[in-house]
Design a protein around this ligand. Structure first.
Ligand code: NAD
Length: 377
């Protein structure tokens, strides 16, 4: 069982690590009367100045330049991996092999092969205490998403028919000056892998397994090795179809998820996070009573979370760890999301041909690397 408070370490003390610290303070600071308490006991970064400033600001006394050294000297209960994507596989693998649960920022790995290797290093199913791999997909945990998932599963909304999952964001050229961004070998892709992945994860959380993907990708306006836009047509096991767009060249930014079920349209319009007011539900004729009663009822897990964000996911992770159970988002879920990303690239690199899960089997090019080892669309 983890220590009391739960001992957390962080590797990578850049932009997102600051969000992690703020979220942990919100949900788990021992002084804040949190139901599950946690403290950050160590941090690691190769950038001496950044590490020192981070440690000073957050009063972290144990600092390291190497994740492996941190793991052997501190042996935390949980390691937050906040480094660039290329390092996630190596650092999460070292973490799991040290018997420590890893919480890795998205994407959990930059290929399906890497993710499978991490899955193999997790504790066998049913082993209490882990170690496990959890991936940060914080928008699964906001108000509305749980209710939607439950109403879809219970049949209240009827069959899912059509969905729209459009992540149209804006990143200027300077954003890509950071050396690891916009490269296949360090980021594993462009906005499909790095930005729209959040919304695609939410889409799959509701609609389940995809069966076929046809896609196109283009590099239209940024100097990057990867795409700056992708468009896909996705078919689901239920028969539902979805339009998926991922962009970092859209001056009016928006994150849009829209579902047309038989009995209602459910829409979420937001940017980098949402609350209850970002949702709109329009019942089909004759279904208003059942749909609205379901939507306005008590959501699974209660109303304690008012917005999506890291804090909402961390609360659930710490609660699971305290109980000795597997924390979310589990590898089975992040694998489904990463395989949709891989399918979009596989189709885009092959002229838009339909791609099925079987086309991404171990040993195939797009299982090994998101660009399938190719240079151009
Ligand atoms: N969940 C979200 O909404 C969200 C948002 C932004 C970024 N992210 C993800 O967070 C991760 C980090 O992004 P960022 O914007 O914080 O990047 P960043 O470049 O600001 O920070 C990365 C840090 O890792 C450090 N680092 C590099 N190599 C290292 C090594 N070998 N050992 C230890 N430290 C090392 C760097 O020095 C840097 O301080 C990425 O995977 C990114 O996709 C997630």
């Amino acid at each position: 069982m983890p220590h009391e408070p739960i001992r957390i370490a962080i590797v990578g003390t850049g932009n997102i690590a600051r969000i992690h610290m703020a979220a942990l303070t919100k949900v788990a600071a021992p002084a804040a009367g949190a139901p599950v308490k946690a403290e950050v006991v160590a941090a690691a970064d190769i950038d001496e100045g950044r590490l020192a400033a981070f440690a000073r600001e957050h009063k972290i006394s144990a600092t390291f330049h190497d994740a492996g050294e941190l793991l052997s000297e501190v042996r935390p209960d949980l390691l937050h991996i906040c480094t660039p994507p290329r390092l996630h596989h190596e650092q999460a693998l070292a973490c799991l092999r040290a018997g420590v649960t890893a919480l890795v920022e998205k994407p959990p790995a930059i290929s399906l092969r890497e993710l499978e290797e991490l899955a193999a290093a997790e504790a066998p199913a049913g082993t209490p205490g882990g170690p496990w791999l959890a991936t940060v997909f914080q928008h699964r945990f906001g108000p509305g998403q749980r209710t939607l998932k439950e109403l879809a599963a219970s049949g209240t909304l009827g069959r899912p028919l059509l969905a729209v999952c459009h992540t149209t964001w804006f990143r200027d050229q300077a954003y890509f000056d950071v050396p690891w961004r916009g490269r296949w070998d360090t980021e594993g892709g462009g906005p499909t892998m790095g930005h729209g992945i959040h919304q695609m994860d939410m889409l799959l959380d509701v609609l389940g397994d995809w069966t076929t993907v046809s896609a196109a990708a283009r590099t239209l306006a940024r100097r990057t090795q990867t795409e700056d836009v992708s468009l896909a047509h996705v078919t689901f096991g239920s028969g539902a179809v979805a339009s998926v767009v991922n962009s970092v060249i859209s001056p009016r930014e928006e994150s849009l998820l829209r579902y047309d079920f038989e009995n209602a349209t459910v829409e979420l319009t937001h940017l980098y996070g949402y609350g209850e007011g970002n949702w709109r539900v329009t019942p089909a004729p004759g279904h208003a009573d059942a749909v609205l009663a379901g939507w306005q009822g008590e959501p699974p897990g209660g109303r304690s979370v008012s917005r999506s964000g890291h804090h909402a996911q961390f609360r659930e992770i710490l609660t699971a760890l305290r109980a000795g159970t597997r924390p979310p988002v589990e590898t089975a879920d992040s694998r489904r999301t990463l395989s949709l990303v891989a399918a979009i690239y596989a189709s885009a690199f092959q002229g838009g041909c339909p791609v099925t899960p079987g086309d991404l089997a171990p040993g195939t090019p797009f299982y090994e690397a998101m660009n399938g080892g190719r240079a151009a669309w």
